[in-house]
Design a protein around this ligand. Structure first.
Ligand SMILES: Cc1cc2nc3c(=O)[nH]c(=O)nc-3n(C[C@H](O)[C@H](O)[C@H](O)COP(=O)(O)OP(=O)(O)OC[C@H]3O[C@@H](n4cnc5c(N)ncnc54)[C@H](O)[C@@H]3O)c2cc1C
Length: 509
């Protein structure tokens, strides 16, 4: 076991998000004493994991949280941190709009409750939200959104004024939305969790769980961890599982820019384009900045550099930009039926829970997931249990067998290839670039670093054997099938993979 965690805030990509600036991680003493059986193991140190961990610790449970990297490494460190009373899945689109609205609103409220309860200084500010339409089709969608929200009991009204330079035809106003600094909030939750005698294990990747006799034993790179209940708060549960077919991974882009005018809108503003754009203001490191984002697309299906270029073009079209201070991207998961999956993990032993499929609304839905799961494990009822139950997925029999065998195909598929010879395609690779190239009929994920050194990997994703794609913006290898991501050394950045890409020796002579 590691003895001490280094204080640091890292992220799952090459770009820095502004939330990481001037923040150090907490040096929590690490290590699990052999023989301890925790009441609960929470896997994943993002907003879902810490909200669940706090709920359990407050209920008097003995809780350990295991994070593969460092706290805030995942999407919580790359979010745009809007807190809304509406969601990507509109209230008009769901069967139980009031209940879904309650979940979103309660999730938003829980963040404020914990900020007050634990005195977390995290730039929390309430804002008005605007959603506008630019075309007739979008205006019709806006009407549907309005009617759905009214039916669900969510406050919304039509307005004629929106603080945007974009020409719009119709607009909605959502009162009492909010924004915050997500990593300051997360570190506040971590501090509170530690004060409730919770244990945080960083650099602890959970690769699987066995349940030989009622107690779950998690396999980790730091040794086994035993617990009566396990929560996969990993954004997407690891390894082959039903969510690989129920949740599609998407990349989303954000830029923080300084404006020549010095005038920044004090509102959360969204258009209705497909993919959409948002605009909001945040003071980062003492500077007021305009955050503009969106342009979401399926992971590995479009060029991230083009997405950033398009986003910058969009910003410069409407705003007089003096400089671009930050640009970063991150990943979220779109659930096939629009609702998140929160509850007992399908095809897993009883007492193994999961929370995934939040769309772009994980601040509220991750918070309510953490609350729901900690309630269920603590023996309390949750009114959201049925609405969000993953049991609504009905896997086919053949897939059930595959999951039971834990489908380790990919790893064995490549394990017998060690070295590659130099070739023209490798020689042509410029410093700082990566590409999947063919050498002697074999595909290689090749990256040449700035110093000219070649890093060669098998491009076969260790999750389900798809071929990864180079993400030049984040300097990562991204899988277009289920969203697993790896760094240039092949190390897993983002699940569902739990095994690194296979390294190859490149003969450059
Ligand atoms: C660009 C962008 C903007 C967004 N903006 C908003 C917004 O404005 N408002 C909103 O509500 N939502 C937003 N979202 C969505 C929201 O950020 C996410 O849904 C939320 O952060 C997910 O939190 P999480 O804790 O579930 O996952 P994460 O924050 O990803 O945390 C999961 C953690 O689990 C760890 N992990 C994974 N696998 C393992 C393993 N096997 N063992 C141990 N640890 C593991 C990871 O390292 C990671 O740190 C946005 C998403 C994106 C991509």
């Amino acid at each position: 076991m590691a003895t001490q965690n280094e204080p640091r805030i890292a992220r799952d990509g090459g770009q820095q998000s502004p939330w990481q600036i001037n923040l150090n991680g907490i040096s929590a003493p690490a290590g699990v004493a052999a023989g301890i059986v925790y009441d609960a193991l929470v896997v994943g140190g993002g907003i879902t994991g810490f909200t669940a961990a706090i709920g359990l610790a407050k209920a008097g449970k003995k809780v350990v949280l295991a994070e593969a990297h460092s706290v805030g490494f995942g999407t919580t460190g790359g979010t745009s941190a809007h807190i809304n009373t509406f969601a990507d899945t509109t209230y008009a689109q769901v069967d139980q709009p009031e209940l879904f609205a309650d979940a979103v609103t309660e999730g938003a409220g829980l963040i404020k409750t914990y900020i007050d309860e634990f005195k977390i200084d995290c730039d929390y500010e309430t804002r008005v939200g605007y959603l506008y339409a630019e075309t007739d089709k979008e205006a019709k969608q806006l009407d549907d959104i309005y009617e759905g929200a009214i039916k669900a009991g969510v406050a919304v009204e039509y307005v004629s004024e929106v603080p945007t330079p974009v020409d719009y035809t119709k607009a909605l106003l959502w009162p009492v939305q909010a924004q915050f600094q997500p990593l300051k909030y997360l570190l506040g939750l971590e501090k509170a969790f530690l004060s409730l005698e919770g244990v945080v294990l960083e650099n602890t990747l959970v690769s699987g769980v066995n349940t030989p006799s009622g107690i779950h034993i998690a396999e980790t790179n730091q040794g086994p961890v035993s617990a009566k209940a396990i929560i996969y708060a990993t954004h997407l549960p690891p390894n082959i599982n039903v969510f690989n077919f129920e949740c599609a991974p998407y990349r989303s882009y954000v830029m923080a820019v300084k404006l020549k005018s010095g005038k920044y809108p004090e509102a959360l503003i969204y258009d209705s384009q497909e993919p959409y754009h948002f605009v909001r203001t945040h003071v980062i490191d003492g500077q007021e900045l305009l955050l503009v984002g969106g342009l979401d697309h399926k992971t590995g299906h479009e060029d991230p550099e083009k997405a950033f270029a398009d986003l910058e073009k969009y910003i410069r079209k409407y705003y007089n930009v003096s400089s671009v201070k930050y640009r970063w991207s991150s990943q979220y998961y779109v659930p096939v039926d629009g609702l998140p999956y929160i509850g007992q993990m399908p095809l897993a032993a009883e007492g193994i829970y999961c929370a995934t499929g939040y769309n772009g609304n994980g601040m509220m839905l991750g918070s309510i997931a953490g609350k729901t799961l900690s309630d269920l494990i603590s023996g309390r009822e949750s009114k959201y249990e049925k609405l969000f139950s993953p049991a609504r997925i009905k896997p086919v029999d053949s897939f059930t067998e595959l999951v039971k065998e834990n489908a380790d195909v990919a790893y064995h598929f490549v394990a017998d290839r060690f070295g590659i010879k130099n070739s023209d395609s490798l020689k042509r690779l410029q410093p700082g670039t990566g590409k999947v190239v063919e050498v002697d009929g074999e595909k290689i994920a090749a990256y040449r670093d700035e110093a000219g050194k070649l890093h060669a990997l098998s491009p076969v994703c260790t999750h389900a054997a798809c071929i990864v794609k180079w993400n030049a913006s984040e300097k990562s290898w991204d899988c277009p099938c289920h969203g697993a991501r790896y760094d240039i050394a092949g190390k897993v950045l983002t699940g569902p993979a739990t095994k690194d890409l296979f390294k190859m020796d490149a003969d450059e002579s």
